[in-house]
Design a protein around this ligand. Structure first.
Ligand SMILES: Cc1cc2nc3c(=O)[nH]c(=O)nc-3n(C[C@H](O)[C@H](O)[C@H](O)COP(=O)(O)OP(=O)(O)OC[C@H]3O[C@@H](n4cnc5c(N)ncnc54)[C@H](O)[C@@H]3O)c2cc1C
Length: 373
């Protein structure tokens, strides 16, 4: 830590927090468990209900989770999240039920501002704010989604449930994600019907061709879904022709919305580098971001796996990296990982070079930049 940083730290109003975690999905709670067990007394901002965003994250919008290890009989999304939260609170974790409204990463230590309390000074920050699955906004969509009634925004998560087996399943969307979800569902459905509001797909040609040539897939073009019917379980969807306005119903046993995701990064106000699709950029196989001491985990860095278990995995990584960063840069605690991490294995013998004299596990780019890293 430099002299200026030390002065900033000492002159700050409230005592600096070792680790501030923003978010409340699997990534945030796993990071909290690890940070708390390392005596770092994490402060977690778990958010507050805003539309379909609820503290606890995306799993609050679903019922049965059958693919999270350790629950052979399955577990509901809300129960899994409650258990993770309880586990974090078993150790010294402080929780604030507030949204983080902004962060100041321009000077060190960092400042995290939230809806109601005074801003907090943070030595490290873990961003685990997830992503919003986009929903259409149909009158009965969320009612059936939240109670396991056959509406979902994740085919890979829910498609294999018994509920959806051997039924006609509708998929809404026309991009690569929709194509992937439709192909995935062909394993379980009697038929997959893609409802698309245009007359061509936005998806790459290769994906679109695979879908269009699949014997179980049918496409209804130039049509949008305007509502979903069913008291406790979906029975049909209401369709509207985008050219003629004609209405019709289609009997289905499930509706999968595949119209994209939006990572929750607005409060960062451009202070972290993002990918072209708006996810927080991290170093390969690390959770370190473009700003030293700031780590990111879960769906906010992930446009590929988007699963609870991968979010927990990167949450664990972020906490270990933060712990290590504090040991190296702020002299707090012991580094949990000594200088033993190995460099990447070369793909071919030609790529083998003399190892640098000072071979550390801190990525080169971090050591060369001027910011506190
Ligand atoms: C319908 C559905 C079903 C799914 N089923 C499964 C499944 O069966 N198995 C599986 O592995 N995965 C499933 N997933 C995917 C899984 O939910 C996500 O991969 C996982 O929840 C991502 O976790 P995360 O920790 O990144 O954050 P999220 O779960 O996205 O949660 C982040 C939370 O952080 C909070 N937050 C956001 N911004 C702020 C802020 N500024 N300040 C404070 N708090 C904030 C919000 O409450 C937000 O909800 C499903 C997803 C959906 C939508």
């Amino acid at each position: 830590m430099t002299e200026t940083e030390r002065t900033n730290l000492q002159s700050s109003q409230s005592p600096a927090r070792d680790v501030v975690i923003i978010g409340s999905g699997p990534a945030a709670w796993t990071a909290a468990v690890y940070a708390a067990r390392a005596n770092l007394k994490p402060l977690v901002y778990e958010g507050e209900p805003v539309g379909t965003e609820i503290p606890g994250g995306q799993l609050m919008l679903t019922t049965d989770i059958e693919n999270f290890p350790g629950f052979p009989e399955g577990v509901t999304g809300p129960e899994l999240m409650e258990r993770m939260r309880t586990q974090a609170l078993r150790y010294e974790t402080e929780v604030r039920s507030e949204l983080v409204t902004s962060v100041d990463l321009s000077k060190y230590p960092y400042v995290v501002a939230s809806s109601y309390s005074e801003p907090v000074v943070a030595l490290t920050v873990i961003v685990a704010t997830g992503a919003k699955a986009k929903w259409i906004g149909l009158p009965n969509e969320m009612r059936l989604a939240q109670h396991g009634g056959g509406v979902s925004a994740c085919a890979v998560c829910d498609g294999a449930l018994m509920f959806y087996r051997n039924k006609v399943l509708a998929v809404v969307g026309g991009g690569d994600t929709a194509m992937e979800e439709a192909l995935y569902l062909t394993k379980y459905a009697s038929e997959v019907v893609i409802v698309h509001r245009r007359d061509t797909f936005r998806a790459s040609k290769v994906m679109a061709d695979r879908v269009l040539s699949h014997e179980k897939v049918r496409v209804i073009w130039n049509t949008r879904v305007v509502d979903v019917n069913g008291a406790d379980e979906i029975t049909s969807i209401e369709l509207e022709d985008t050219e003629t306005g004609a209405r019709s119903s289609l009997e289905v046993g499930g509706l999968f919305i595949a119209i994209g995701h939006e990572p929750n990064t607005k409060f960062l106000n451009g202070q972290l580098d993002l990918t072209a699709h708006g996810y927080i950029k991290v170093d390969p196989w690390r959770t370190s971001t473009s700003v030293g001491g700031v780590f990111a985990a879960g769906d906010v860095i992930d446009d590929y796996y988007r699963q609870a278990i991968t979010s927990s995995g990167t949450g664990c990584m972020a906490a270990l990296e933060a712990e290590r960063w504090l040991a190296h840069h702020a002299g707090i605690g012991e580094s949990p990982i000594l200088e033993t991490a190995e460099g990447p294995v070369p793909a071919s013998p030609e790529q083998v070079e003399e190892p640098p004299a000072d071979r550390r596990s801190i990525p080169r780019s971090r050591r060369e930049s001027g910011a506190p890293r």
